[in-house]
Design a protein around this ligand. Structure first.
Ligand code: ADP
Ligand code: MG
Length: 214
């Protein structure tokens, strides 16, 4: 199977081609079709197996092909457990949307808050960030998630380990509406805390997993 067999927007196929990526990894093959169908998803596979593109490709595809629910609010929010991981996701997103009229903002703890407020005023379609700072912007009313179409939690198990359960609940409430799609990616699925998180965030989720979750 090749990326061209997945019905991805041609701008994405072009970006993948420029990067020299031709064949999806196992988790990408399993997760991307559900992501494109708009299904809620919980996916697990080991580190280095290509989970980032497994969620970024459906996310960008949606923004390129569907009308927004809101012109003002971000359409896709991706949360990562640490600043470093959020930056890595942001860099992959940037090359996927390069040369397209799409904007992404990086919202990290420990960085200047007012600079982020300014960036959010430009109405980025994508936000990548850490949960604590995203919640600060919700509370400060510099970020609204009423129009959010897709919520993605990358390394959800680590976010719980780092004590972000309350922040994830607040984000979930701020973006709570019928049309929202949610996807969780994780190395492990089986803890009680993970179970509780999937129950509160996901609607009838598809489960995909590659290899033994570790
Ligand atoms: P994970 O999140 O599962 O730990 P990443 O998404 O960070 O993995 O991907 C690990 C590396 O694999 C990255 O350098 C990424 O560019 C590369 N990669 C992702 N998908 C593919 C693919 N289909 N073919 C080749 N390399 C890929
Ligand atoms: Mg990852």
């Amino acid at each position: 199977m090749q990326f061209t067999d997945l019905s991805l927007h041609h701008n994405l196929l072009k970006a993948l081609d420029i990067k020299g990526l031709t064949e999806p990894t196992e988790i990408q093959k399993k997760a991307i079709p559900y992501g494109l169908m708009g299904k809620d998803l919980i996916a697990s596979s080991k580190t280095g197996s290509g989970k980032t593109l497994a969620f970024l490709l459906p996310a960008v595809h949606r923004v390129l092909t569907k009308q927004p629910l809101s012109r003002r609010d971000p359409r896709v929010l991706i949360l990562a457990p640490t600043r470093e991981l959020a930056k890595q996701v942001f860099l992959q997103l940037k090359w996927l949307i390069a040369k397209q009229p799409l904007k992404a903002a990086l919202v990290l703890g420990g960085e200047n808050f007012n600079d982020q407020v300014k960036a959010l005023k430009h109405h980025p379609q994508f936000i990548v960030g850490t949960a604590g700072r995203v919640v600060d912007h919700l509370k400060g009313k510099s970020l609204f998630l009423n129009g959010l179409e897709l919520l993605i939690l990358d390394e959800a198990d680590r976010m719980l380990d780092l004590g972000f359960a309350a922040e994830l609940r607040l984000v979930n409430q701020a973006a709570d509406h019928r049309k929202r799609q949610s996807m969780m990616f994780s190395a492990t699925l089986d803890s009680a805390a993970m179970h509780q998180l999937t129950q509160s965030l996901l609607k009838a989720p598809q489960r995909v997993s590659v290899g033994s979750s570790s």
